[in-house]
Design a protein around this ligand. Structure first.
Ligand code: ZN
Length: 345
């Protein structure tokens, strides 16, 4: 029987759960709006309820453990969610202990961006690489680093908080309190803010027409740029320059085989890519300039399948070795191909 993991992606707005095979295929999936202001007991109750739903759908499933991606800061080794800004009332919650006792199964915990990095590395855009940096650009900027075949954790598992690396001395204050964070100038939120400042309600611009004269979002900017709107194209160019500067830092710091860009703004990756690339060419030292920068492949499934792999691929490095050792490899390439196809949806 195929080994499965229960996987959860705990977000500030949505809690998603799935049963996942070791090849990355999602067998069945459920979700619920996170009771983010109700405290940790309520949300843990939701996790237990969703697990019950999933197991009821597959009563014969051979579930070998539970993998969870949750918002940082958290300590993956101790299994403790420290104090995520998006979840009220969570302070040093021993999530692994609580769920382990409830289910009698091994539980593994990882920062949500790290879980997504693992997903893209093992099943998505980063398959067959030894080192990659995954960058998610949406409301904020997060990331995960795979270095030499392992997720890079650092002290207390807090490494690769790349949204808060300082890349300028100017601009709006970041929610972390500092000025000039990568996230503060290059997130989707920052792009929307620049677009809103550039236009005015009722000015007839395409950006304001798309936003129904409300605040302009990054999604509106991408949509207007696709329609050839000059202001939107200029905003995209400025955004791509900031991303290029941040990515150049990541190339110099981690020397990955690949940078994978995910998050909501990856929907505009094709528009952003030429200026990101030009900025890297201009700023990176020659030895780093040929590193591919590619869009993520798994969308919002990356975190779920990455969390599942914490259990199903425990102790295994990247794809090639794991494929050779994986118990399910006897199922052959057909199952793996099906898994890839499913996870690309
Ligand atoms: Zn910051």
């Amino acid at each position: 029987m195929t080994r499965l993991a229960l996987a959860f992606d705990l977000g500030g707005t949505e809690l998603r759960g799935a049963l996942v095979e070791s090849g990355g295929r999602v067998v069945t999936q459920v979700s619920a709006p996170t009771m983010a202001i109700a405290g940790s007991d309520a949300v843990i109750g939701q996790i237990i309820a969703l697990a019950g739903d999933l197991l009821a759908q597959r009563p014969q499933a051979d579930v070998v453990g539970i993998g969870i991606g949750a918002p940082g800061p958290l300590d993956p080794k101790a299994g403790i969610v420290i104090a995520p800004p998006t979840l009220a009332g969570w302070h040093d919650v021993p999530l692994i202990d609580i769920l382990g006792k409830h289910f009698g199964l091994p539980v593994r915990l990882e920062n949500d961006a790290n879980a997504a990095a693992l997903g893209e590395w093992r099943f998505g855009a980063g398959k067959d690489t030894g080192s990659l940096v995954f960058v998610t650009v949406s409301t904020g900027i997060g990331g995960g680093v795979v270095a030499d075949g392992h997720l890079y954790h650092g002290r207390r598992g807090l490494a690769a908080e790349i949204g808060h690396m300082t890349i300028t001395g100017e601009g709006d204050r970041c929610f972390c309190g500092a000025v000039g964070c990568f996230e503060a100038v290059a997130s989707g939120t920052a792009l929307g803010r620049r677009a809103t400042a550039l236009t005015a309600p009722g000015d007839g611009s395409l950006l304001r027409r798309l936003s129904a004269n409300g605040a302009v979002s990054a999604r509106h900017v991408v949509e207007a740029a696709r329609a050839g709107d000059i202001s939107a194209l200029e905003l995209i160019e400025a955004e791509a320059k900031w991303l290029g500067i941040g990515f150049t830092n990541l190339l110099h710091l981690y020397s990955p085989d690949l940078i994978v860009m995910g998050g909501g703004l990856a929907n505009g990756f094709d528009l952003l890519a030429p200026t990101i690339r030009a900025t890297v060419e201009q700023r990176a030292m020659p030895a780093y300039r040929d590193v591919p920068i590619v869009p993520a492949q798994l969308g919002d499934r990356a975190g779920l399948v990455g969390a599942a792999s914490l259990i199903l691929w425990e102790g295994e490095p990247g794809a090639p070795l794991a494929m050779a050792q994986d118990k399910d490899s006897k199922d052959g390439p057909t199952e793996r191909a099906a898994g890839r196809e499913a996870s690309h949806r």
